[in-house]
Design a binder for this molecule. Structure first.
Ligand code: ATP
Length: 372
């Protein structure tokens, strides 16, 4: 439904988006994550045809957004971070105006009524937008994005500034919309992405740093980094523990080994961490086979999305130290830390610096719309 091919955007010398490619299938809800300045809004703006790309292509249902913007844009409903509202209009007048602007063909009254019902703004239809609370305004913004019943919905930070109840409502609405629309949702908030999205793309410094489901990301990352093993040595003694720990430590790619509790008589668990680049499982198996040890359990660490992001960020820190001598740096995953999400480790021999801490801001509704 959406195809992005080698998309690049430069603002003067500033490379904001650097050769990104991805596809979003019909009916998929894609979460778009990244720290401040990563290039999310720039990408969203190119996807919606709001700004042009320096190079590359955006295809919406096969139509190039720059070659035939009218046709491509007819397929898109866009809710920017700040909803584009005419605040002196009533909700109804505004939606009717948007209906005309988007040349909607569906029966006007019935359609606007349906959209209002879907977005739960029926009770404020006759109110002036500027008098509505932030949550209601956000829903009116969503209603305008839906007005021409577009197959693609692009939502930029749709829950920013909402209170927790409003956040839950908007999330469940997006989930519902995802059944009939292809949705791209940009957010800083990991739990939001986890709750709503089928798949996540993390963009960092203008490149796609990760792409996949939370499970895939977790698997890729945890597989490579951390596992717990239960190994039975020949003698069931503490000496087994020492020999096994040292032998694992000597494997290529192992960074850290610690013998944990004695789980069965003379049998210990071992926490093992690797360098993140080497998959040690086969070597480990061979080591145990050669020595006549039995692997009774091998468990990859079960990390939350937040753990994974933190882990990636921390590993980037380590990579930075390792790669000081490397010539040119590549982008790294860098996440704003609010509680937690998912991806494919497109993570390369990345590098350096900074973390951000994202904030889940919450505004309470002052004017609780609804009553007239
Ligand atoms: N009009 C512009 N002119 C020059 N540089 C720009 C312009 N718009 C964005 N940039 C730069 O491009 C980079 C990407 O910005 P962008 O707004 O796309 O990031 P973002 O991921 O949306 O960040 P945020 O989460 O803070 O909104 C940033 O370094 C930003 O400063």
């Amino acid at each position: 439904m959406i195809e992005v091919r080698n998309l690049t955007k430069k603002y003067g010398d500033k490379l904001a988006v650097n050769d990104i490619s991805f596809k979003v299938e019909k009916g998929e809800i894609l979460g778009f994550l990244g720290p401040n300045g990563a290039g999310k809004s720039t990408t969203m703006n190119m996807l919606t045809g709001y700004i042009s790309s320096t190079s590359g292509q955006v295809l919406i249902d096969g139509t190039d957004i720059l070659d035939d913007p009218k046709k491509a844009k007819a397929n898109i409903g866009y809710l920017p971070e700040i909803p584009p509202l005419y605040v002196d209009m009533t909700v109804e007048a505004y939606l009717s105006f948007m209906y005309d602007l988007k040349k909607c063909k569906l029966p006007r009254r019935a359609h606007i009524k349906d959209i209002c019902s879907l977005c739960k703004i029926e009770d404020v239809r006759k109110r002036i937008i500027k008098n509505l609370s932030k949550g209601y305004r956000q829903r009116v913004g969503l209603a305008q994005a839906l007005i021409n019943n577009p197959p693609v919905l692009i939502l930029d930070e749709p829950t920013v500034g909402l209170d927790p109840n409003q956040i839950i409502e908007i999330r469940s609405l997006i989930k519902k919309l995802g059944k009939r629309h292809t949705v791209i949702l940009s957010s800083h908030i990991l739990p939001e992405i986890q709750a709503v999205c089928d798949r996540i793309i993390i963009i960092n410094r203008g490149v796609v740093a990760a792409d996949g489901t939370a499970e895939e990301i977790a698997k890729n990352i945890t597989n490579k980094h951390k596992m717990t093993l239960r190994i039975e040595g020949p003698d069931h003694t503490a000496d087994d523990k020492r020999v096994i720990t040292e032998a694992i430590r000597a494997l290529n790619g192992v960074k850290y080994v610690r013998a944990d509790m004695e789980r069965e008589k003379g049998i210990y668990d071992y926490d093992v961490e690797t360098d993140g680049k080497t998959d040690i499982r086969r070597d480990l198996n061979k080591l145990c086979n050669d020595n006549g040890w039995n692997i009774l359990m091998l468990q990859l660490s079960d990390l939350t999305l937040e753990d994974i992001f933190l882990k990636i960020t921390m590993d980037e820190g380590i990579a930075k130290e390792d790669e000081k001598t490397a010539s040119k740096s590549k982008p790294r995953i860098d996440i704003k830390v609010a509680p937690s999400g998912k991806l494919r480790a497109v993570k390369e021999a990345d590098e350096e610096d900074e973390e951000d801490n994202s904030i889940l801001s919450s505004d309470s509704e002052e004017n609780n719309g609804g009553e007239e």
